[in-house]
Design a protein around this ligand. Structure first.
Ligand code: TXA
Ligand code: MG
Length: 315
């Protein structure tokens, strides 16, 4: 293997130009990327993921100066958030430019845009020049990948080039804020917090119900889910027969993984841990309930969805 990523970037650009799929590391999670202005290529994303055609994709750009190519009627709040947080783990939902293909937007009149900060994503986007549509590189409803090996597990075939950018350092999908309507709305919590958004643009409504507003598949009740039935439980309910994700340390007699009590470090390792717990092939996964403070909000959001199929019904 070459130490220089450049030949691989060139291969990936060539694949995008041919209308093929590329796995792109980002600081949040790995993306399954295609040329956003090539409808045939974008269709391959939906087909490979098994994703319904009405679920919109995020278009990734190398710089904020490109947002006018994809969005229209851009409010000042969008420019301010782009200045403050791009490149970084923030997606802006804006009114779509007429030239943006509706296959990317799931048929909606809005478009999700993000400038990632991962150096390999940035190099790819800059070398490619155009917009790159990329959902997380996992099968629909499954856990997002945070390392190249996860992408290979999800998709042994179907991707022309998998760029290896190491472990994603944020580990949770981007914060999504909708600026296409009258009021700013937080659609998906992430590493950029509600308070950080409000510090820049003033009041941001938190979208409370999953059936409100624009569709966002990351807002479906069951998403980000392991195959093993998964339950969120208080520490005293952790059980010897479960594969356990504990906080701080594993209690005596309990098998599984202990993650740090620091929210950012926990988030970084969460998805790889859920995959490892799935592979323990126990009858169930138990996740120790993390603290209920604002820095754990995005983690709670994902854990609730990972456990949603199984609810609180654990005996
Ligand atoms: O961190 C991330 O956002 C990663 C990396 C690869 O950038 N991408 C990601 O993509 O998580 P995906 O497709 O798995 O989730 C993107 C979410 C979906 O829930 C989608 O419905 C929502 O963004 N979304 C995209 N465009 C939208 C729009 N126009 N209106 C509302 N939601 C939108
Ligand atoms: Mg996803």
């Amino acid at each position: 293997m070459s130490n220089s990523p450049e030949p691989q970037i060139a291969n990936a650009v060539a694949a995008l130009e041919r209308g093929e799929l590329v796995a792109m590391p980002t600081e949040t999670v790995y993306g399954l990327a295609a040329d956003a202005s090539n409808p045939e290529a974008v269709r391959k994303i939906f087909a490979l993921k098994g994703r319904p055609a009405d679920h919109p994709l995020i278009v990734h750009l190398s710089s904020a100066s490109q947002i006018d190519d994809w969005a229209a009627d851009i409010p000042q709040a969008a420019r301010s958030l782009a200045d403050a947080f791009w490149p970084g783990p923030l997606t802006l939902v804006l009114k779509r430019a007429a030239s943006a293909d509706t296959i990317v937007t799931g048929g909606q009149d809005t478009i999700g845009l993000r400038v990632p900060r991962h150096p390999i994503a940035h190099a790819l986007l800059q070398a490619f020049g155009g917009g790159v549509a990329a959902p997380s590189a996992n099968r629909f409803g499954h856990i997002s990948p945070t390392r190249a090996a996860h992408v290979r597990e999800e998709f042994p075939t179907g991707i022309a080039v998998i760029l290896d950018g190491g472990d994603s350092d944020v580990g949770l999908e981007s914060t999504i804020v909708d600026l296409s309507g009258e009021r700013s709305r937080l659609l998906r919590p992430g590493a950029i917090t509600h308070a950080q958004l409000e510090a820049v643009i003033g009041p941001v409504q938190v979208a409370v119900r999953d059936d409100e507003g624009p569709r966002a598949s990351g807002r479906l009740a069951s998403h980000y889910a392991p195959h093993t039935p998964t339950y969120l439980v208080p520490r005293e309910r952790l059980s010897a027969d479960a594969a356990v994700l504990a906080l701080g340390d594993l209690p005596a007699g309990i098998s599984g993984i202990a993650l740090p009590r620091d929210a950012a470090a926990y988030a970084q390792a969460l998805y790889a841990s859920l995959r490892a717990l799935d592979q323990m092939r126990r009858a169930r996964i138990q996740i120790e309930m993390p603290p209920d403070t604002p820095d754990w909000l995005a983690i709670h959001d994902r854990l609730r969805r990972a456990a949603a199929r199984d609810g609180d019904a654990e005996a």
